[in-house]
Design a protein around this ligand. Structure first.
Ligand code: RB5
Length: 147
């Protein structure tokens, strides 16, 4: 099991804690991002993590920045990526159960490290429900002209 994780300077603390949780859960973890508060551009990190998931090199991805938003916007440009900004338990469960999210984005400046780690546990523990949700998820990657 492989996971890929990245953060910009606003998410370094949460990235370290999330990498530890993923390793505890048995994942081999690929980390991207600065070691300290060195300022970097979040899309550079997001594209690397999204590419790892989109190629199948990793089964799950985690991205952290100040809000989680910029990371998700960049990651969702990759075909096959379903990146969800996760801020609360219900959104987190639904992102997995209904949307089959394969990348979780957290905002360290919004929810803090402790909450992000709690939600990452929920994300990892929640299975995709399939059924009618599979049909809907498959439509995400279709262009509007494909119907
Ligand atoms: C960096 O200051 C901040 O803009 C970034 O971490 C993130 O919140 C962008 O979405």
């Amino acid at each position: 099991m492989r996971a890929t994780i990245g953060s910009d300077h606003a998410g370094v603390e949460t990235r370290a804690a999330a990498a530890s949780l993923l390793r505890e859960r048995g994942f081999e973890v690929e980390e991207h991002g600065p070691a300290d508060a060195e300022s970097v551009d979040y899309p550079d990190i997001s594209h690397r993590v999204a590419a790892d998931v989109a190629s199948g090199a990793a089964s799950v991805g985690v991205l952290i920045c100040g809000t989680g938003q910029g990371m998700a916007m960049a990651a969702n440009r990759h075909l096959g990526i379903r990146a969800a900004v996760v801020t609360d338990e219900f959104t987190c469960k639904m992102a997995r159960a209904h949307n089959d999210a394969n990348l979780a984005c957290f905002g360290e400046r919004v929810i803090g490290t402790e909450k992000a780690i709690e939600l990452l546990g929920v994300f990892l523990d929640t299975e995709f429900e399939g059924g009618r949700h599979r049909r809907r998820v498959e439509k995400i990657d279709r262009t509007p002209s494909e119907g």
